[in-house]
Design a protein. Sequence first.
Length: 520
Amino acid sequence: MALRTRPRLSLSVKQVLSDRCECFCRPLKIRKALSFSLFQRLFTPVSKALYPCSKGSLPLYQWLFLSVTRFLNEEPKMTYCVLPAIVPSFCPHRKGFAELTCHSEMKRKVNFPFAFLSFFRNFVHQMKTAIIGGGAAGFFLAVNLKEMMPEMEVTIFERAQRVLSKVEVSGGGRCNCTNSFEDVTDLRMVYPRGHRLMKRLFNVFDYQSAFAWFEHHGVPLITQDDQCVFPAAQDSHAIINCFLTLARRHQVRIYLGRKIQSLDDLQDYDFIAVTTGGSPKGEGLRWLADLGHEIEQPVPSLFTFQVADKSLTALMGTVVGQTTVMIPGTKLHASGPLLITHWGMSGPAILKLSSYAARLLAEKEYKLPVSVRWTTARDSDIENILHETMRVHSSKQLPTFNPFGLPQRLWAFLMTRSLADRWEVRWHELGKKDVNRIVNVLCNDTYQISGRGTFKDEFVTCGGISLKSVNPSTLESKLVPRLFFAGEVLDVDGVTGGFNFQAAWTTAYTVASAIVSKLS
Ligand SMILES: Cc1cc2nc3c(=O)[nH]c(=O)nc-3n(C[C@H](O)[C@H](O)[C@H](O)COP(=O)(O)OP(=O)(O)OC[C@H]3O[C@@H](n4cnc5c(N)ncnc54)[C@H](O)[C@@H]3O)c2cc1C
């Protein structure tokens, strides 16, 4: 389905300068301020005086284009009347100009260089882009598109009454806006879905570009020891204010309370970008599926685990610095800090595992075993440490002396899991079987997941528009020309640490560049 069929349009200078003219079936108000003669009087002598300076490097029409867009940056609508007004005074084909037809099929009929025609067409018909969704990707796309092409009219349609609401709450209100990627050796570890696409698009706009972009636009950033990047102000409003200021400066139109679910609502636009974010239940993807796009079944990612075992949840508030969690019988595992909560398990290790295992967990209705390795020591080292403790601290009671640096309550709990009612024995009383049981619990402590976290606090959606349905270099739909996708609506999602926002910046920038290069 084509986005829009361009009606044929012939514009004469006279028409363009009239108070109203029909431009693509849309009434266009021409500013009265600059009439043809007034403009000629003001602009032509200046242009003629200045043009020779840059004559060597730029063709005349390009030079005019730059001068006029700069001149009219604050009032892009004026380009409608200004350009047709100035061009005839330079153009050798004045007569032809008066009959200039803006439809590309007609270009053979007029005696104009094609470059000139396409340049002129952009002015007579002001190009318009609609962005569906006023979130991270939508704003980044809008602002970059306006920076790359100030004369493009950009409109954001947001279904809610506020924009950028996820950015506001992200990172605990601080917005973990990207990551230094210093600890990332393989993109698969941070983008369980879409790592190949991200690798490709990082050639265009990567985390260093994002870092530089924010700093250049007045948002200083800091990189934490864990490589997560936040605004130096430690406040997500630094990012929000940056976007809103730039959007205002570039005259991006923002419509709130406008839920778009069909391209019919946007007949008037030349380009459409869908940046509607994740849709865990898939309802926001139905209309895109109806257009023929393949949808990867959306399921939640980045959530905590409910564990029914009350003896574990009694340890709520306990944090273990380095653990490895895994789904037994699979290769799915993740490492990092683990937090025991009153409903089960949380923390970076669990969130990462929920991302890697998002599909499997959804398939099994979040009822699977999870196994925890409580220490980073190797199996053989664990055994050696236990034997050494039995020798050196033989008279101490097991629960009171903890050679692995685990939180005391957790250690005592793990001893009851290993030795049941014998958990209070002294170290020298341990037998070979006891040592094996302790090693087993430390390395492979298994619990039953009984559901997703109580607060259903999933942060991102796994799944969305299949990458098979988009051109990987431009993110343009393979089915609907001039329809683009950016952000979480795509089947790309990352683990915690700023990777999801980075995907939003990278894909949005790619779409902005792709739209501009379509016109150049
Ligand atoms: C609580 C929380 C904390 C997070 N913290 C982080 C973090 O610190 N770091 C990180 O990298 N990621 C974080 N994320 C993930 C990150 O917020 C998202 O990946 C990112 O916002 C995706 O950007 P987006 O623009 O694609 O989608 P969104 O930001 O979700 O924006 C989509 C917008 O589109 C609108 N919309 C949807 N459908 C329509 C429609 N039909 N018509 C019009 N408008 C529509 C929505 O209302 C929304 O405003 C967090 C997520 C959550 C929920």
